[in-house]
Design a protein around this ligand. Structure first.
Ligand code: C5P
Length: 472
């Protein structure tokens, strides 16, 4: 059994090199979110460079029918990225030895013995904070050819997409820090300490401040009018000639003035904490054009997430693999559409109060008939960022494909519960013949509709039960 990452990656490289030499067709199956798109693109690009015949596709989740498709597929060898935890036995049964998984989600103990599963946790690396699937794919691509270091920027995007910038001032730790260093030393990444406003390169100033929800500033966040007044009274011009200015246009002096204005505005709230959260590391790709949504790595990750969430993951993969022509415009349109959809869904959830049921430890949100299943992760993350839900677990559900219900859960800011959401979703869903999994602070599940009441009772009992024990 392989015990360290380098050995696992060297095995990966040997197996892929043999497969290419044998003329095998290789298929890559990856997840639709930012980490899935980036990891799938990194490995696809590395394989194409190595001379492989390769086809990539994205799926919403790993399940029995995806595995059946892989089995019936004409391809000879299968690589799975950002997916597959808990499915090793089924993959073995369907594909024999002709598969490999590169992943970072928590996995059951029995998969630690399977060398086809190349998962961060097996090598003592925290897959929740120190590396994601994009990082695993990056190291695998480097094992194939050390010249693949030019793919490091895409791995940085993946880590931001999975919110692994959890070190001091939004820095990276562990293997992610190594990746960031490699991207930086190759001149492909610039790191600064700056204001963490969303849409640094593309959003006009008022929108950038209004739509920044971490930190949440009561009275400013989601209020364009107050943000407009704040910029006006601070004397910061919103336009440069006929063009709206974005956060990346602010001078150092203007940034200082803006920080002072926000501190003053937030003085009755926890201003020190707000300012602490509002300033941190930013990650910029100098070779991307100014005011492009690909220049700021966080915006890049948002664009990839939006591609996947609205069913256009292929556009994201093309961009990650270097397409800067038609796909760029497509990506921009997708981002606009995605933001519009988010606003609509959040409005409905705010107006239709019957959809939200809260206890002191948990908020259950019913998105049935409104939120498409691909958007549950985005919406549950947003709900988890709202101060109204601080300290609580968010569990959002909506109707999914084929008579199922899709669940997405998140720990909100300040949530101190001992409940591990990955365990909760996995063991809970399995009790009701469903599937679930993920991370300690972000996990999902799917069950059939007929099991809904039972599963909801289970969730409430588990969350409140453990909470009560903690309080006693
Ligand atoms: O769907 P959602 O965004 O809520 O999922 C949160 C995390 O849990 C993601 O990283 C996703 O890949 C993971 N997940 C999983 N198994 C599932 C559902 C979600 O590993 N069945």
């Amino acid at each position: 059994m392989v015990k360290n990452l380098n050995e696992a990656l060297s095995n990966f490289s040997d197996r892929i090199t043999d497969a290419i030499k044998a003329g095998k067709d290789i298929s890559i199956t990856t997840h639709i979110d930012c980490d899935g798109i980036t990891s799938g693109s990194i490995i696809t690009k590395a394989l194409i460079r190595a001379g492989a015949k390769v086809t990539a596709r994205t799926v919403k989740e790993m399940n029995g029918s995806v595995i059946k498709n892989m089995q019936q597929d004409s391809r000879d060898f299968h690589i799975v990225t950002d997916l597959g935890g808990g499915f090793a036995r089924q993959l073995d049964e369907a594909l024999g030895e002709q598969w490999l998984v590169l992943d970072h989600h928590e996995i059951p103990d029995e998969e630690h013995d399977n060398d086809r599963v190349i998962n961060a946790w097996k090598y003592g690396i925290n897959g929740g904070t120190e590396i994601c699937a994009g990082g695993m794919a990056y190291f695998a691509s480097k094992a194939l050819d050390r010249h693949n270091t030019d793919l490091a920027p895409i791995a940085v995007v993946s880590a931001l997409g999975d919110r692994q910038d959890q070190g001091e001032k939004k820095s990276f730790t562990g293997k992610n820090a190594e990746i960031v260093e490699e991207a930086k030393s190759g001149g492909r990444l610039q790191i600064d300490m700056d204001l963490l406003l969303v849409g640094r390169e593309t959003r006009q100033l008022v929108d950038a401040l209004a739509f920044t929800s971490q930190p949440f500033i009561e009275g400013l966040t989601w209020s364009r009018d107050s943000c407009f007044s704040l910029f006006k009274s601070a004397g910061i011009s919103l336009k440069d000639g006929g063009r709206f200015r974005t956060p990346s246009d602010l001078t150092d002096d203007e940034k200082r003035v803006l920080i002072e204005a926000i501190t003053k505005f937030a003085s009755s709230q926890n201003a020190t904490q707000i300012m602490d959260e509002l300033i941190g590391h930013t990650y910029t790709f100098p070779s991307e054009e100014r005011r492009s949504f690909l220049r700021d790595a966080r915006e890049f990750s948002t664009m990839l997430n939006s591609c996947g969430r609205i069913g256009r993951a292929g556009v994201g993969m093309a961009i990650c693999m270097g397409d800067r022509n038609r796909m760029l415009q497509e990506g921009e349109n997708i981002l606009v559409e995605y933001r519009k959809m988010i606003r609509e869904y959040m409005n409905i959830l705010t107006n239709e109060r019957w959809r939200i049921n809260g206890t002191t430890s948990c908020v259950m949100v019913n998105g049935e008939g409104v939120i498409p299943e691909t958007m549950t992760g985005t919406i549950s993350s947003l709900l988890a960022g709202s101060p109204k839900n601080a300290g609580k677990i968010i569990i959002l559900r909506t109707d999914g494909e084929e008579n199922t219900v899709k669940f997405s859960s998140r720990k909100s800011i300040g949530c101190k519960t001992d409940v591990n959401l990955s365990v909760l979703m996995k063991t809970g869903a399995e009790k009701f013949n469903g599937i679930g999994g993920g991370h300690d602070a972000a996990a999902g599940a799917r069950i059939t509709k007929d099991k809904l009441d039972g599963f909801l009772d289970f969730l409430e009992d588990s969350v409140n039960g453990i909470q009560n024990q903690n309080n006693s």
